[in-house]
Design a protein around this ligand. Structure first.
Ligand SMILES: [Zn+2]
Length: 205
């Protein structure tokens, strides 16, 4: 390919995106170059804005504008008051659950699982989850981690971390396919897993 180094660099970067190899990356780059004003310009602007303004909340893990400080009050960015927190591994899981409309409440994104390669449990937002439950009026924690060994180990560790906190802890139903990752489940399976979730602890609630 007789390309300039900028083009080669762009192809290299785009082929790092999920689902794209070098071939589709080249097609995307061509499309971009042929649509400089309609695509390249607004894309460059939006990417710069996302880089500058969007970050993960250090408490609840959701994506937020960095203009908003992380504080236990700000995690309730949804105007409505809820009494449930759904705990998921990553943002893709949050988006799947939101799209399926099976849950109305707060989310808490751990940022991985305990046994993920190179993932230490100190890096996951577990301590801040316990703090949130203590500070907000939360009745129920729904553990929506994957049906993988790592997901279940993480769920068990969270359940244990909450053992001295007065909150009901539930886990999605066993109907989840073994090895099933939340983000790849269809709406029907998700609905059933939420509906038939089981209580894990013996707290009074
Ligand atoms: Zn937050």
């Amino acid at each position: 390919m007789q390309n300039t180094s900028e083009i080669e660099e762009l192809v290299k970067l785009i082929s790092k995106l999920p689902g794209l190899g070098p071939k589709s990356a080249k097609r995307i780059v061509l499309k971009l170059i042929n649509n400089r004003d309609e695509l390249v310009k607004p894309l460059a602007k939006t990417l710069a804005e996302v880089y500058k303004n969007i970050s993960r909340c250090k408490i609840c893990g959701i994506l937020k504008s960095s203009a908003v400080d992380c504080s236990y009050d700000n995690c309730k960015i949804i105007e409505k008051k809820y009494n449930q927190i759904c705990v998921v591994e990553n943002i893709a899981d949050q988006w799947s659950i939101e799209n399926s409309n099976v849950f109305q409440g707060y989310f808490h994104i751990l940022g991985g699982t305990i046994s993920s390669v190179g993932q230490r449990k100190e890096d996951l937002l577990i301590n801040s989850l316990v703090e949130r439950v203590k500070k907000e009026k939360i009745d129920e924690i729904i553990l929506a981690t994957s049906a993988t060994v790592e997901g279940q180990t993480t769920a068990f560790y969270i359940q244990d971390s909450l053992k001295n906190v007065d909150v009901k802890v539930t886990k999605l139903a066993q109907g989840l396919p073994i090895g099933g990752e939340i983000e790849s489940l269809d709406d029907g399976t998700l609905l059933s897993a939420f509906k038939h979730r089981s209580k894990l602890n013996s707290n009074s609630r």
